[in-house]
Design a protein around this ligand. Structure first.
Ligand code: ADP
Ligand code: MG
Ligand code: MG
Length: 245
């Protein structure tokens, strides 16, 4: 099932065509890697999907409906959740309040502090996370804060989870924990988009790979069909020596 579809997307900045007719298709229950050298257009494509940038041309479809996002809140309402390297949660609130925040500000009626934390505890437990919802967010590591951001996405029933280089400052144990949670999101039928510079992580986690080069789409491939040296060749646009894998 296709959850989100970006077709023929173009975005220009003064002096640079960051994206030139790019496609990206995200399917339910799949973890999709977006690959490309620095400057290939990965972040720009993510920002088109998450409502940060307006697109110059192309279409964005989520759950079958064409969308024009006016901003990030708009994209979030359409079911698109984003976790960045730098988490944008509220440090001075509890974990539970952060998990429930998007939901709370949406509805006309607030729910009690106790109910907030009970529901947040359920969301955290549903992802296999043992984090006290009453603890202050600021008391946790960046890695834990990212997990809280994912728990928030489950409360919002997000259909797409975008992770832009989430592992850059995590240690190996934290990466394992993040991957476990991302796999749970896949089991729930969420479409996950994962950007990382680490090839090992791509091959460990992702089902499919979309490759960009110089703002253009190179192609989309099942990970199992794409050996490392071929992926690197596609990213660079030239043959590379076939190293032992
Ligand atoms: P990647 O994430 O793959 O490294 P980006 O999407 O960040 O690539 O950048 C693609 C191209 O667009 C680069 O040439 C970059 O310099 C340019 N670019 C990205 N964002 C902006 C911006 N806000 N203003 C001007 N140029 C930008
Ligand atoms: Mg970059
Ligand atoms: Mg980037």
């Amino acid at each position: 099932d296709i959850v989100a579809e970006l077709r023929d997307i173009s975005i220009s900045f003064p002096g640079v065509k960051a994206l030139d007719g790019v496609d990206l298709v995200l399917r339910a229950g799949e973890i999709h890697a977006l690959m490309g050298e620095n400057g290939a257009g990965k972040s720009t494509l993510i920002k088109a999907l998450t409502g940060v940038y307006a697109i110059d041309a192309g279409t964005v479809t989520v759950d079958g409906s064409a969308r024009r996002f006016a901003g990030t809140a708009d994209a979030q309402d359409a079911g698109i959740a984003t976790v960045y390297q730098e988490v944008n949660l509220c440090e001075n609130l509890t974990v539970g309040e952060n998990v429930m925040l998007g939901r709370e500000v949406r509805g006309p009626f607030g729910i009690s502090w106790r109910a907030t934390h009970t529901r947040a505890a359920q969301a955290l437990a549903g992802l296999g996370l043992r984090i006290d919802p009453r603890s202050l967010l600021a008391s946790h590591s960046l890695a834990v804060q990212q997990l809280v951001a994912i728990a928030r996405a489950t409360v919002l029933d997000s259909r797409v989870l975008v992770l832009d280089e989430p592992t850059s400052s995590l240690d190996r144990g934290e990466v394992e924990q993040l991957f476990a949670v991302v796999r749970r999101m896949r089991e729930r039928g969420v479409a996950v988009l994962f950007v990382s510079h680490f090839l090992d992580q791509i091959y460990e986690l992702c089902d499919r790979i979309t490759v960009l080069r110089n703002g253009r789409l190179v192609g989309e491939y099942p990970t199992v069909d794409l050996p490392r040296h071929e992926l690197i060749a596609k990213m660079l646009g030239r043959e590379v020596e076939h190293l032992d894998e």
